[in-house]
Design a protein around this ligand. Structure first.
Ligand code: GDP
Ligand code: MN
Length: 401
């Protein structure tokens, strides 16, 4: 998997981020996507591939061991590959909490498929891209295994720096492409045909990423997508109804999902100070300064621009729903955002939600004086802060009391 893709996937999953680079990964992820990029399970991506004439192995999916066994028999293949379906990559090298090693298994015996599925379904699979407790496996893919004579990496990604899709390929095995072209030109043609189909698919479904790792070649010279990961542009949801209908949110953080409904970006962390900010840069600075004063952020919620009072209210609801939260720090810079709107949202939320934890507010920028007046006239126990440093200090102190 390309490093950036790995970090995106990791960014979605990691709940134990304390070090800054992990936080940075999370921020890059939320920063780049206005909402959330839809990811599908491998079997769903492969269905889309099939529909576009891309070569994938014959497969079934199963959610019980007996179904998996039946599927293995029905495939009637020389060899079978059983694959746990979770959104994270690195399954091959993953470990289940049932003790089973490996989320991808090859076997010639259908009975073994049943036994293996028994140790996969209902158990958590941990890979280098999942949270440390792993992700529960609810479905397995039972596919016809094919011999692979050469494994390559291939992806099409939407790339901002290039203003469009970029193809990324990495050959393995060190064979010169010129040599392949000379000795077996039909292989180049076949690969080109598959790549063309993958590109058509990329465009057709409004993908931000189509990643095939491995894109393999069989000894017979057939080019096959052995794995599939497709991510989609959420802004295209209106014209990709069928694709988005496949979204199952069961692997998503429910708070992140709820936040996305209100166009808010929520990221859960491990500490006890909730951070209510606007902009990824300010989020990072806020987390850093809390850290500097001996506190730990519980989460941060990025409000973005063009904010309405209702969003501020919903944001507070989300932040206070987290039982870890012992104080809230609001750090908003009003550029596009009008501070008075924020102040009204905050006071309304404080009253209606009967806020029980200390609240420290630092507002700066557009209409800040009016905002300060609204907060102080409210009679609510809100601690005003002069600047970010002051705000962080007061939030940390509020917890220690
Ligand atoms: P990932 O570990 O989550 O990326 O899962 P993959 O689908 O990529 O499977 C892991 C590895 O298993 C692949 O890189 C292949 O080396 C191997 N593999 C998967 N399917 C087959 C197959 O049909 N035949 C063979 N020989 N190897 C396979
Ligand atoms: Mn793979």
């Amino acid at each position: 998997m390309a490093a950036s893709m790995a970090s995106q996937a990791a960014a979605r999953g990691l709940r134990t981020a304390t070090s800054k680079h992990l936080l940075l990964d999370k921020l890059k992820c939320t920063w780049r996507s206005p909402r959330r990029w839809l990811n599908l399970q491998e079997y769903q991506s492969k269905k889309l591939m099939q529909e576009s004439g891309v070569a994938v192995q014959r497969f079934y999916v199963a959610d019980t061991a007996s179904e998996a066994l039946e599927a293995a028999k029905r495939l009637d293949a020389k060899e079978i590959v059983l694959k746990a379906q979770i959104l994270a990559g690195g399954r091959g090298k993953g470990v289940f909490d049932s003790g089973l090693k490996g989320g991808v298994h090859l076997t010639k015996d259908p009975a073994v498929v049943g036994e293996l599925a028994n140790k996969m379904l209902g158990f958590n699979l941990t890979t280098k891209q999942t949270p440390k407790d792993g992700v529960k496996v609810k479905m397995v893919m039972v596919a016809e295994a094919l011999d692979i004579s050469r494994e390559t990496y291939f992806a099409i990604l939407m790339d901002r720096a290039c203003n469009g899709p970029v193809m990324v390929g990495s050959p393995q095995g060190g064979m010169d492409i010129e040599e392949v072209a000379a000795s077996s030109p039909e292989l180049i043609f076949k690969a080109a045909d598959q790549i063309k189909r993958l590109y058509d698919l990329f465009l057709k479904v409004d993908a931000t990423q189509v990643e095939v790792n491995p894109l393999g070649e069989t000894p017979e010279g057939q080019v096959v997508c052995f794995d599939a990961k497709i991510s989609f542009d959420d802004n295209a949801e209106f014209r990709q109804k069928a694709v988005f209908a496949m979204d199952d949110m069961t692997e998503s953080d429910p708070t992140e999902t709820e936040a996305a409904k209100w166009d808010l970006k929520y990221i859960g962390l491990d500490g006890n100070i909730a951070c209510f900010v606007n902009g990824a840069g300010l989020a990072m600075a806020t987390c850093d300064i809390i850290d500097l004063h001996g506190g730990k952020p519980a989460n941060f919620l990025d409000l973005g621009g063009g904010v309405k009072e209702r969003q501020v209210y919903e944001a507070f609801k989300l932040l206070t729903a987290d039982p870890k939260v012992e104080a809230i720090l609001v750090n908003i810079f009003g550029g596009i955002v009008n501070c008075a709107v924020i102040a009204n949202g905050i006071t309304k939320a404080c009253r209606e939600l009967e806020l029980k934890v200390p609240l420290v507010v630092r507002l700066e920028g557009t209409n800040v004086n009016e905002a300060k007046r609204i907060l102080s006239d409210s009679g609510l126990p809100i601690t005003a802060a002069e600047n970010l440093d002051d705000a962080a200090r007061k939030a940390v102190a509020a917890i220690k009391k």
